[in-house]
Design a protein around this ligand. Structure first.
Ligand SMILES: Nc1ncnc2c1ncn2[C@@H]1O[C@H](COP(=O)(O)OP(=O)(O)OP(=O)(O)O)[C@@H](O)[C@H]1O
Ligand code: SF4
Ligand SMILES: [Mg+2]
Length: 359
């Protein structure tokens, strides 16, 4: 897999439709983003916004009889969406590693974790069984598994949820991938192990230029690891930009709602040491089988006033980021785009107040 300093991943107009008993679910609707060499893009958005489906689609992991995927997804210039199944198998591992949101459905229950790691390592390189096993034990230690020499011979069901999550991370890192996709990878882990894993990923990025897509609900993780943030709502990107732009100067009413109930981002974690998750915006997200005709956030938007809101999808336009800086984009006709202005969004969701976080 070629590397270099160009973009690692370029996703263009990704659309995913799923056939369901209730009709076609439009789960991902024209998603475009780029992950640069050594860059980390955090993907945030509430449950059901299409985060997992969008990354499963990239690696051809959605069942073909259910899913229709269109668009382009260039990994180092090579389109993942049109490559042959054989090429895709070669690419998964050294080209793109993935940590799945649910480790139990992605680990093979009848093979020991060591065997799964060894097979993954040997599938993509000339490595002896003994060397691969040594590397497997080393990796399990690096992801913080206690007693890795014994854990290597355990079956997935013999491990706790957090341990299985760490095994998944070890498998994803085992081939030093050029692209790492981490879907809620550290959610069940305590902060010390989480920090250890983030260090490992950053080391890989420094050595290999790995581009990372990190899906999370945890604002502490976003602030700690991301270079850029992409906010998803209803299968669309409603806002993206540098971590500073999005977290400190959010423009889209949905992003501002997510962040509005959080303590000052510059402040340390709360008295119990816990950084709250992204907050929940009042109301419920639209069903992907029944998306509104206009702005996808319209039914919940506290500042909708433009007549187009109800009938037209606002385009994603640049709202900040100066010349030479990365663009800050948002899809809204919200009347008040002035960064930091006390807008109707603040009045509706309430000003930031410590301790109001939730998920
Ligand atoms: N196999 C499937 N068949 C039908 N619908 C599905 C399937 N998988 C996901 N969906 C639907 O697609 C939408 C997006 O799901 P997805 O799992 O991508 O959400 P998410 O943003 O990852 O949420 P979470 O934060 O809870 O992980 C949801 O409405 C979900 O019900
Ligand atoms: S386009 Fe209209 S409905 Fe949509 S977020 Fe902006 S103001 Fe709200
Ligand atoms: Mg998910």
């Amino acid at each position: 897999m070629p590397s270099g300093t160009g973009p690692v991943l370029e996703v263009e107009d990704l659309q995913v439709d799923l056939r369901t008993p209730r009709g076609t679910a439009h789960v991902v609707n024209g998603l475009s983003y780029t992950v640069g060499h050594g860059e980390t893009v955090a993907v945030v958005g509430e449950s059901g916004s299409g985060k997992s489906v969008s990354v499963l689609a990239l690696l051809g992991l959605l069942p073909a009889r259910v899913a229709t995927v269109t668009g382009r997804a260039l990994l180092h210039g090579e389109d993942l969406l049109t490559m042959s199944p054989e090429r895709l198998r070669q690419v998964r591992g050294p080209g793109a590693g993935m940590v799945f949101q649910d480790p139990m459905t992605s680990l093979n229950p009848v093979l020991t974790v060591g065997r799964q790691l060894v097979e993954g390592i040997r599938a993509h390189g000339e490595v002896s069984k003994a060397d691969a096993r040594r590397r497997a034990v080393e990796l399990l230690g690096e992801v913080g598994l206690p007693d890795p020499g014994r854990a290597v011979d355990r079956y997935p069901h013999e491990l706790s949820g957090g341990m299985r999550q760490r095994v998944m991370i070890a498998i994803a890192l085992s081939n030093s991938p050029g692209l790492l996709i981490a879907d809620e990878a550290t959610t069940a882990l305590d902060v010390t192990v989480q920090a250890q894993i983030i260090d490992l990923v950053e080391k890989l990025q420094a050595e290999r230029g790995t581009g990372v897509v990190w899906i999370t609900h945890d604002l502490g993780v976003v602030a700690g690891i991301a270079d850029r943030v992409l906010v998803m709502y209803g299968g669309r990107c409603v806002e993206d930009g540098t971590v500073d732009d999005v977290l400190e100067r959010p423009v889209h009413p949905y992003t501002r709602g997510l962040l509005g109930a959080l303590p000052d981002l510059a402040a340390p974690a709360g008295p119990d040491g816990v950084v709250p998750d992204l907050a929940t915006v009042p109301g419920v997200p639209p069903a992907p089988t029944d998306l509104p005709p206009g702005c996808v956030f319209w039914p919940r938007c506290p500042v909708r006033s433009d007549p187009r809101c109800e009938t037209e999808q606002p385009p994603l336009v640049q709202v900040g980021g100066g010349p030479g800086a990365l663009p800050h984009r948002a899809a809204t006709w919200c009347e008040d785009r002035t960064p930091g202005a006390a807008s109707a969004v603040d009045r509706t969701f309430g000003a930031a107040s410590p301790g109001e976080g939730g998920s």
